[in-house]
Design a binder for this molecule. Structure first.
Ligand SMILES: NC(=O)c1ccc[n+]([C@@H]2O[C@H](COP(=O)([O-])OP(=O)(O)OC[C@H]3O[C@@H](n4cnc5c(N)ncnc54)[C@H](OP(=O)(O)O)[C@@H]3O)[C@@H](O)[C@H]2O)c1
Length: 282
């Protein structure tokens, strides 16, 4: 079990999201045994997936095999732009829910701000899609709704066009990519900022400064990166398909980075993206 237990972060609607979750991905494959191990042995209660990753059905099997009560789990999945639009978004949500084998989703995210619909503006399609998510939320099918890779202009437009402010914005966040302006905006608007790729897809683990801190604290570079995200109050979802690494990534609550060391990590920002960059999506 994770010890001490995983802290949570409150959403604007009063729900509590665990600050640490397990990422899943199509890249590198899906490891059923590793997910089961995370749930059964590491105390993981928060799992991040997406229709795009193609592993919702397998994840649903793992959740059932784990025998963890549904109400103890936080399950996030995402809506792919190919499913944007009012009716399509609702159908895709129900299809994800069915693949996962759950009655409700804890968090449903619009995956990407570019809608890729010929002849219609992104703004119009995002708003129509978001209204469908609002209805799914009102119906209790999604306990929270949010967006991913949305920047301030996308969020401002959504605020003008729709009723509910997203509960969460999931964005790339690691020592090399720290969008503090967006983090601050989200905090000001009551949107929980969730960071993905906390290890910069592994790129951060060989950085000399991070290795120096790992040696200083007797921890691993991955633990230093995850701890730094958590100390910044950022919900984080490292992915591993390996049991020993999942266990390692969960052991981040019994130590604390000193302010100078946290600042040294903050100084590593160089603007690089290891994922996709939404800057030019209008
Ligand atoms: N919303 C979005 O657009 C979006 C985009 C990207 C990712 N995400 C989410 O964020 C999650 C995490 O992102 P990510 O997987 O791209 O990047 P990441 O978590 O920063 O890094 C994962 C990589 O690090 C390796 N790794 C994990 N733990 C390690 C450890 N303790 N020591 C050494 N290597 C370790 C993994 O390899 P092994 O698996 O071989 O251990 C994998 O190659 C994803 O799973 C997904 O749920 C969301």
């Amino acid at each position: 079990m994770t010890s001490p237990p995983c802290p949570t972060v409150p959403l604007a609607n009063g729900l509590q999201i665990p600050i640490l979750g397990l990422g899943t991905s199509h890249d590198g494959g899906y490891s059923h045994d590793a997910v089961l191990y995370a749930l059964r042995e590491c105390g993981v209660r928060h799992i991040d997936t997406a229709r795009r990753y193609g592993c919702e059905a397998q994840l649903g099997v793992a959740v059932r095999e784990s025998a963890i009560p549904r109400e103890d789990l936080w399950i996030t999945t995402k809506l792919w732009p190919g499913d944007y639009g009012g009716l399509a978004a609702k159908q895709a949500c129900h299809a994800s829910r069915t693949r996962l084998g759950v009655e409700y989703l804890d968090l449903f995210l619009m995956h990407w701000p570019d809608c890729m619909v010929a002849g219609r503006s992104n703004r119009e399609v995002r708003a129509e899609t978001w209204r469908a998510l609002e209805e799914l939320y009102d119906d209790g099918v999604c306990r929270a709704i949010g967006v991913s890779n949305f920047l301030i202009p996308h969020l401002e437009e959504l605020k003008e066009d729709c009723g509910i402010i997203p509960h969460v914005n999931q964005v790339e966040f690691h020592p090399f990519q720290q969008p503090w302006g967006l983090v601050q905006y989200c905090q000001d608007q009551g949107i929980v900022f969730q960071g993905y790729c906390p290890l910069a897809k592994g790129e951060a683990l060989s950085h000399p400064q991070i290795q120096r801190l790992a040696a200083k604290y007797g921890r691993t570079p991955a633990q230093i990166c995850i701890r730094w995200s958590i100390q910044n109050g950022i919900v984080t979802i490292p992915k591993s398909t390996k049991k020993d690494r999942i266990k390692e990534n969960c052991q981040v609550f019994a130590f604390c980075l000193e302010p100078d060391d946290a600042a040294a990590l903050t100084a590593l920002h160089d603007g690089r993206h290891v994922g996709w960059d939404p800057t030019h999506v209008m």
